[in-house]
Design a protein around this ligand. Structure first.
Ligand code: HOZ
Length: 430
């Protein structure tokens, strides 16, 4: 397996792109080596510019839940393209997608489309402040809510990957209303309420996906929500990763804790840039033009992106792959645990439906501090051996792996073989 063409493109890319990438995690910084350039994808697989074929467990960090280039999605997008690309005026597709989304999330009467998960969350947080008239927001350490200033502290994803505690360029004033709590620890939330009277709400990934996968412990979300309501504060669910992925109605549907405000991204656009935030009527009525909270976007509700989202969600609903995901996820978990035993490598596997990942640690991982006990040098060895054996993973210990409904038995065998070789390699390095 060679990477010559990727290497050439990387060198060329360095001239006019920052690190030759458009998002830091793609730079492979934490695993060493240089980024791979992808040529095309089909179904569960992708091919790089050197012709190497991989089972794709990145799936664009989640959106490609049906696999790449699903025929029905392609057809719908081609059809939409014929009518024009963007009008700065309303189109019927927006209403169609809004109905699908509101039907899926019972806590949403109305939704506003934006262009990314980052935009969805920054708008959702503004909405919580507008509705409650309070300024402070609690976030959990290790959760990542996009790159808006006020939440770029103690964040997972790229910041965890690069071991950056917060971003340069964020003024102190921008984070002065952000309070940090510990995932799965309600007392750490309550403590903030004892000290502050102006907390608008708590934002949470109902299943953590940006410190690796971290699962809420039994009843945590429901207890959190009940507590917040005693304080007149809102629960904001960042379901950018889990929306339509954990279940059609997101992690909320599985965990039985309906959020006050829900933020969506990734799967909702099926690979096209779509984000959304939504809530009950009384909350959404704060948003302009109905209310005084301003939020806007030239390309929001873009007709091509809406067509990608509608066709993806319709097909997803038809396929209903959630049981399959759970079953395949369990098999991959077993493969990882078995390899850990066989090669005497400490490994903890966290999994929630079609999101999962291993941590190279002995400890159970229920929060960011525990996730950080993972041996990232072992992860780097693991990552490259998986690549060499045809499995494309996120180049970071702190990103989730995703499954697509296109995954086949052949793919699972390939993953099993790659995992075995990768753990053997780790053992040799111990
Ligand atoms: N927001 C994605 C999940 N952590 C990562 C994608 C990226 O940073 O490029």
């Amino acid at each position: 397996m060679g990477f010559k063409k990727s290497q050439k493109l990387y060198e060329k890319g360095l001239v006019n792109l920052v690190g030759a990438v458009n998002s830091p995690v793609r730079a492979f910084t934490s695993v060493g080596g240089n980024p791979l350039f992808i040529k095309r994808g089909r179904g569960s697989q992708i091919i790089d510019v050197d012709g190497n074929k991989y089972v794709d467990l990145v799936l664009s960090y989640g959106p490609m839940i049906l696999g790449h280039r699903h025929k029905k999605v392609q057809k719908a997008v081609h059809k939409a393209l014929k009518n024009g690309y963007s009008f700065g005026a309303s189109t019927e597709n927006e209403i169609t997608l809004a109905k699908i989304v509101c039907d899926a999330f019972p806590g949403m009467d109305k939704v506003r489309f934006v262009n990314s998960g980052t935009e969805a969350v920054l708008s959702g947080v503004r909405l919580a402040r507008a509705y409650t008239g309070k300024d402070k927001i609690i976030k959990f350490s290790g959760c990542y809510h996009g790159h808006q200033d006020s939440l770029l502290v103690a964040a997972g994803s790229g910041l965890a990957t690069l071991s950056i505690p917060g971003s340069k360029g964020v003024p102190k004033e921008a984070v002065k209303n952000t309070l940090i709590a510990t995932y799965n620890d309600l007392d750490s939330v309550k403590k903030h309420f004892e000290e502050h009277s102006d907390i608008a709400g708590v934002i949470i990934e109902p299943v953590g996906g940006n410190m690796g996968v971290v699962i809420p412990q039994n009843g945590f979300l429901k207890e959190l929500k009940d507590f917040l309501h005693t304080k007149g504060a809102l629960l904001i669910a960042d379901e950018v990763m889990t929306g339509f992925r954990s279940k059609f109605g997101g992690a909320q549907e599985l965990l039985g804790a309906e959020a006050d405000i829900t933020c969506l991204g990734k799967v909702i656009g099926g690979g096209f840039p779509v984000g959304a935030y939504g809530a009950r009527n009384e909350i959404m009525e704060c948003v302009a033009p109905l209310g005084g909270m301003y939020q806007a976007g030239t390309l929001s509700g873009n007709p091509i992106a809406m067509a990608g989202g509608i066709s993806t969600l319709k097909e997803l609903k038809r396929q209903n792959p959630y049981e399959k995901f759970s079953h395949i996820g369990e098999r991959i978990e077993t493969i990882l645990l078995h390899a850990g035993k066989k090669y005497n490598v400490d490994v903890t596997v966290n999994r929630f439906g079609s999101m999962m990942n291993p941590f190279f640690t002995k400890v159970a991982v229920t929060n960011f501090a525990q996730a950080q006990t993972s041996d990232t040098s072992k992860f780097a060895i693991f990552f490259w051996e998986m690549i060499k054996n045809g499995v494309f993973l996120p180049p970071s210990q702190f990103e989730a792996w995703f499954l697509s409904s296109a995954i086949s038995e052949e793919d699972i065998s390939k993953i099993e073989n790659a995992v075995d070789k990768s753990f053997q390699k780790i053992q040799e390095s111990q």
